[in-house]
Design a protein around this ligand. Structure first.
Ligand code: SF4
Length: 333
């Protein structure tokens, strides 16, 4: 029998959950096809088919869906509602299957399981079981595939997180050469924060992380901050944040401010309600830590690489001049 081909768009929440879905569907014998990393063609496809007021990551998601449409039997577009107590996904992600259906025509059948752990039908297990029934009618096989994939997903996820303090010490770079000949020899620790579909999509963020690394920057991200630390940091807020994805960004920002990294860059999307509020919150917090340089890069489809390069260079230049002054070296200009 021919394998069922299931397409997964390489965008939005799949930066987090792709390994789980891939493991589960492959174990059941489906062929999983992941769309290509974002490129100009995908971006253009998304921009042409989406309403202009939609945020850039959703437009990109549309582009990925369209790029898969002729290669697969099904496209997986879960409706992500709630994965933890008291917090939700943003309205665009909750309505994503409906938005895709109303904006894009001639698509393969969409698989739209609901992940809403408040409801019995929306637990991870029940949602994946529903999708599994399309591939096989053997429920014990589906159940086994779920347990195995879930275990692997959890183990891999936890393996990426070390014991918090150890992690920070092993991640941070402080060994400044006694007499750096050039400013680039002065190591800098910068936290790059934002939703992981912005921080990890190098086409959208214009390869920001690699550019920083080439400039001798030690890049820190929200993913390496232990969930227990994020939780502790969030207790500093008067009111809990009710967006799951932003909890991680704010908790990590507060942690890195407290650890006095050299700088924080917050990546946000134009047209994103969450980012506009969370950006203000982080900016407000930055005023309590004048030693930590802070900036925000806002992305939309009109962002230009030259502008981003100039801003990175200016930000680093400012931090390195400050460090030169701190270690008693004359400025290099
Ligand atoms: S959180 Fe913001 S950027 Fe992400 S999908 Fe929702 S509106 Fe778009």
């Amino acid at each position: 029998m021919q394998k069922k081909k299931i397409g997964i768009p390489y965008a939005l929440y799949f930066y987090e959950y792709y390994p789980l879905w891939k493991e589960f569907l492959t174990r059941l014998g489906a062929e999983v096809i992941l769309s290509q990393p974002t490129n100009k063609k995908i971006l253009d496809l998304g921009i042409r088919s989406a309403l202009s007021e939609v945020c850039l990551p959703v437009k990109i998601f549309y582009g990925h869906v369209l790029s898969l449409s002729e290669q697969v039997d099904y496209i997986l577009i879960p409706r992500m509602v709630c994965i933890e107590r008291g917090a939700f996904f943003c309205p665009k992600m909750i309505g994503l299957p409906d938005m895709v259906r109303s904006s894009l025509q001639n698509l393969p059948t969409q698989l739209t399981p609901i992940i809403d752990v408040r409801q019995s039908y929306g637990t991870w297990k029940n949602s994946l079981m529903e999708v599994g029934k399309l591939i096989t009618d053997n429920s014990s096989e589906i159940s086994r595939a779920f347990s195995d994939s879930w275990k692997i997903f959890q183990q891999n996820y936890l393996a990426n997180i070390l014991e918090p303090n150890l992690l920070f010490k092993s991640s941070i770079q402080n060994n400044i050469p006694k007499k750096p000949r050039k400013d680039i020899e002065i190591p800098v620790n910068i936290a790059v924060l934002g939703h992981n579909y912005l921080t990890n999509d190098s086409y959208v963020n214009m390869d920001l992380i690699n550019k920083l690394k080439k400039m001798n920057v030690n890049v820190l991200t929200p993913e390496i901050v232990h969930p227990a630390i994020i939780k502790k940091q969030l207790k500093k807020l008067y009111k809990p944040i009710f967006w799951s994805l932003s909890r991680k960004v704010v908790g990590a920002a507060f942690y890195y401010f407290e650890k006095k990294v050299d700088g924080i860059i917050h990546l946000t999307s134009f047209e994103c309600g969450e980012d506009s509020m969370v950006g203000e919150l982080i900016h407000h917090q930055s005023q309590k830590y004048p030693d930590v340089s802070y900036t925000e890069f806002v992305f939309d489809e009109h962002s230009g690489e030259a502008g981003i390069n100039t801003r990175i260079e200016a930000f680093l230049d400012m931090i390195r001049r400050k460090k030169r002054y701190e270690i008693g070296l004359t400025p290099s200009w």
